[in-house]
Design a protein around this ligand. Sequence first.
Ligand code: ZN
Ligand code: ZN
Length: 376
Amino acid sequence: MDKPRLWRALERVPGLAAVPAEWQEHLGEEWDIAQSLFRPRQDLATSVPCPSAPKCECTHAVVTHSPDDIVAVCRCQPRRCETAPLKRSDIVAYEVDRKTLGAAAAAAVGAESAWSAVDGLAMTWRIGAFAIDPDSRAPVYMTTQITADDFQHVIGKLVAVTDGPFVLVAPTHDLLRSADEALLERRNVCFLTLADLLAWDEKGALAPAQSPHKTLDETRAKLRGEAFPPTEQAAYCRAITHESAFTMDADEYKALVARSPEFAVFIDGVTGAATRYHDGKAMPPGKLTAGEFAMIAEYIESRKIMRPTGTKTGTGKSAETARSLFNSARRKVDIKLGRYEWCCFQTRKATERGQTAFEFAPPDGIAWCLILPTQA
Ligand SMILES: [Zn+2]
Ligand SMILES: [Zn+2]
């Protein structure tokens, strides 16, 4: 499911209260899903959004002649829209249940839920306490603001009244200016968005959008002023497989090599070893020279049709030398299927007479892996 539209809406509807027509404009079909988060207010709305497309320049005034004679009147001068009847249900304002929202957010952060308004700050609440470690807790605040200026004011005030780090939750990143982001970082404030934290589940309830463990670790690291993710170890090598490409540290490399029998073709540039499995049986292992590995790796990485002399490794070599370098490499890494037929490295016609080109084009369903050592 797409990211909820609700989060943007929370930064567009002042006071988090509006008539159904206005919420529907912001939420679309999500309005029906989101019902559990809204509750009707006692007071009735005094205006409703203009239903015309394109809209006129006003919000239409609600005029109640009698309980069953309510109309919406365009306030533009001169009037641009027809006066239209309204049902009473059209002017019931619905507001976001902040406590429900705050509790869902606190749970997604992994904080103990609590509830209190922050003195002197509109639309800002303390929604929980986050355990940094067994002895220290950081307050978790939630705020919904409409303008970047108001958001900046809230940040300034929270930073001033809070000793130590805290967690700040807002609907989106949209109102956060880079200067404030830097201030939050200096103060070890962990800024999180409802957009990242929460999503609708099938039952129409708000549920954590990502693994709470990741959020916990990230939040804790930020509150302690540590980098997240932890500074990565220098990559040991890189792997390209039939499925993906990724970097590995030394342990991950060892683990992958241990799994080499799962690959029909496994070429390890760290050791130069090549293993092959055909019809479930291991074929004699090959040991590649540096030149052979470099050439074979070029074909696999580029997936291009190339003559051996057209590769970087083959440049400057005679056609015959380059070709025999390719052939000896192919014999060590590929599976021969017929007299001229190979599993992964296909022979292609080259445009020049008397020249042959090759392409790394393994059939679907063949598992293969190339490990490239990281250049020092
Ligand atoms: Zn209008
Ligand atoms: Zn109007």
